[in-house]
Design a protein around this ligand. Sequence first.
Ligand code: HEC
Length: 139
Amino acid sequence: MRTIKIALFLSSLAVGLLSLSALRPSETGPVTHPAGRRASVADSVRHDPNTGLVVDERLNLVIAHCTACHSSKLILQNRFTRDGWKQKIRWMQQTQKLWDLGESEPAVLDYLVTHYGPEKKTFDGRRKPLSSVKWYQLQ
Ligand code: HEC
């Protein structure tokens, strides 16, 4: 009987928490959620209004070489290592008539891996393990 009561209590607690987070995303989201922290870091970075690409001194080079055939969205929605980006470029050169980037290639790759490299996750979304828990047995 007690177990059932505890189960009921826990499930109502869970429902309560769920509806709380659904109703007030601004209070539970950006403040404590890691994605919110990432977003605020990203906010300090300027984005080109036309392409959505991050603005830095190599942007024009990247626009010239990488947005002639397709939308910048193909860059925005991908994250690759430097080697991964190089492979994509090679693939486009072999199959999609992308030209030789010549001396610009290292700068283009630097740009891509700096802003569209694999995301560094410092927090994997799990809470920290509980410490100093006093376990007890239900009667
Ligand atoms: C000569 C034309 C051309 C240029 C210039 C070009 N691409 Fe592409 N790219 C393509 C085509 C065609 C595709 C395939 C599009 C599709 O699948 O709809 C593609 C696809 C991609 C993809 C998606 C690949 C995948 O596996 O899904 C990425 C990322 C990409 N390009 C990045 C770049 C970058 C970065 C540059 C600049 C270095 C660039 N593109 C320049 C033609 C080009």
